[in-house]
Design a protein around this ligand. Structure first.
Ligand SMILES: Cc1cc2nc3c(=O)[nH]c(=O)nc-3n(C[C@H](O)[C@H](O)[C@H](O)COP(=O)(O)OP(=O)(O)OC[C@H]3O[C@@H](n4cnc5c(N)ncnc54)[C@H](O)[C@@H]3O)c2cc1C
Length: 502
């Protein structure tokens, strides 16, 4: 079997490979069951299909007739894995035959880890109102993905909500005032009377629903590229690569990559990654249990088209290290978040094994006081705005939460650019140390993680740059290669053109 030529049908059939587009419903039950089918039986089976499966059949026959130029096996389909997969499929040249396989431990086969716990805030500014490194490009890429994957009939997964930051200290007030007047006038608006900064082009994204929408998009529009999708835990790189070889015959591809995009768990698979762990809770409330203040802004300085929602309703608020975020479905509202810095491996495993009741107790104990204070301040600022009187803070009582979310952020080291995600390649020499030398020299192992607390702003742009490096055939993928000054210049040109076109 190992001697089969790349491009021959024989190795595919002898492994009994069954593409996901044809047999997705049964993937869970039989994903790893190998079967031998004769070509004639297989073709006959394919020809018997319904109309829907006939489309898939064509894709399957296409696969049977050619080996991939490039196969990418993704470990983890959170924000990072989803963005990488999206841009691999989108940016592959017409003559480039790219295939993908995905494994993710989450029950849905995607959107676990920190992604399922995220509040969903997306905008390009730091807490001090400076631009995040690649913040504008990150926002443009996230919008590009959203434009492609949003399904008009489905519940909304994203909303341009705007965002209010309440200054809590003199220094914050000075930073916000300077940013709005000197640095980013037209993008930020400072209201000195209410101590609030308004960011009109801020979004709330339902992160898990968004990742699921990316998966559906890939399955619908790039089905011929998707070889396998499995809900399973990966324990080691060797083990995983053996499985991939055995069951997908990825050695038939001209070039094979395994990409570790497993968030915090990436460090368990590649212990040399310079990540630290930061656990965090969010509380989920029913939106209907809140009387959400209608924000009033210093409207005179804000142009009408900068205002996201004519009613100025459901604008999320951040202040004093906490946030309250109405979700795009208008049914839920998220309050958070806790930050447990410097978790050890034992603490990480303990945290992941807590019951939901335990997570709820911890989240309420840590979050209810600060959220109560934030809401009172926000409501008071709104009331001040409508009555023009500044009395004491509005007393508030938070409703009971319905769920506590918990996730672990994978923090990269900070450098002069801030928190820059980790993207790169494990060199072959290091691979042999990591994997007992059993991993084939023909597979290249990449990682894409370290999205920290800013997965939404960085997943799209870094995922796009990494995908383009893979498609270009960079000999060693590194942050320096994917984000070189010339690459960034062209990305910036693209982003500017997209803004101009919209
Ligand atoms: C409480 C909280 C609130 C946050 N709020 C925001 C926010 O408002 N805005 C923002 O931009 N960011 C926010 N973040 C950060 C954001 O969630 C992360 O940056 C982002 O989700 C990281 O994406 P990822 O794909 O790198 O990792 P993850 O989201 O952790 O995804 C990793 C994927 O790999 C899978 N996986 C893990 N281990 C294995 C394994 N061994 N085998 C197979 N599969 C595996 C997981 O199931 C998961 O689907 C928040 C994070 C937390 C914890």
């Amino acid at each position: 079997m190992h001697n089969c030529r790349a491009g021959s049908d024989a190795w595919v059939l002898s492994l009994g490979y069954r593409p996901i587009s044809l047999f997705r419903e049964r993937t869970k039950a039989c994903a790893w069951r190998t079967r031998s089918l004769s070509l004639s039986r297989r073709v006959a089976e394919l020809q018997r299909g319904t109309r829907r499966s006939r489309v898939a059949n064509r894709q399957s026959l296409h696969w049977l007739s050619s080996a991939a130029d490039l196969h990418v096996h993704l470990v983890g389909f959170g924000l990072a894995g989803a963005a990488l997969a999206f841009f691999l499929c989108q940016r592959a040249r017409k003559d480039q035959h790219v295939t993908l396989s995905v494994v993710d431990v989450a029950r849905a086969g995607c959107a676990g880890g920190a992604t399922q716990a995220a509040a969903g805030i997306l905008h390009p500014f730091t807490p001090r109102a400076r631009k995040i490194w690649l913040g504008d490009e990150g926002l443009a890429c996230a919008k590009e993905i959203l434009r492609a994957v949003v399904e008009p009939e489905a519940p909304p997964i994203a909303r341009r909500s705007g965002l209010i930051r309440l200054a809590s200290t003199e220094r914050e007030a000075a930073d916000y005032a300077a940013a709005a007047t000197d640095l980013y006038s037209g993008e930020l608006f400072w209201d000195r009377n209410r101590d609030q900064l308004f960011i009109p082009d801020a979004w709330v994204v339902d992160a898990p629903a968004y990742v699921q929408a990316i998966r559906r998009y890939l399955e619908r529009y790039h089905a011929e590229k998707i070889m396998m999708w499995e809900a399973r835990q990966v324990h080691s790189l060797d083990d995983e690569w053996r499985r991939v070889q055995m069951h997908l015959g990825a050695r038939g591809a001209h070039e094979s990559f395994m990409v570790v995009a497993a968030g915090a768990s990436s460090k368990l698979l590649i212990p040399t990654l310079p990540l630290t762990w930061c656990g965090g809770h969010n509380l989920v409330y029913r939106r209907q249990d809140w009387i959400w203040p209608v924000a009033e802004l210093a409207m005179t300085s804000i142009s009408a088209d900068a205002i996201p929602d004519a009613n100025m309703s459901d604008i999320p608020v951040i202040g004093g290290g906490s946030y309250l975020v109405p979700l795009p479905d208008r049914l839920r509202l998220i309050g958070g978040a806790t930050k447990e810095y410097g978790l050890t491996q034992a603490e990480l495993l303990e945290a992941q094994s807590r019951s939901s009741a335990q997570q709820m107790d911890r989240a309420r104990a840590a979050l209810e006081l600060p959220l109560d204070a934030l809401f009172a301040r926000y409501a008071n600022a709104a009331r001040w705005a409508s009555t023009r009187e500044s009395s004491g803070p509005t007393p508030s009582r938070l409703p009971g939460p319905v769920e506590a979310l918990y996730g672990i952020r994978a923090l990269p080291p900070r450098n002069a650019l801030g928190a820059v995600p980790l993207v790169g390649e494990v060199p072959q020499e290091a691979l042999s140390l990591l994997t007992n030398a059993s991993i084939s020299e023909r597979v290249r192992v990449l990682y894409f993680t370290g999205l920290g607390s800013r997965g939404l702003i960085h997943h799209g742009i870094i995922g796009r740059l990494a995908a383009e490096a893979v498609l270009r055939g960079d000999s060693l993928v590194s942050l320096a290669s994917v984000a070189s000054p010339s690459v960034l210049a062209s990305v910036r040109r693209d982003a500017a053109e997209a803004v101009a076109a919209s």
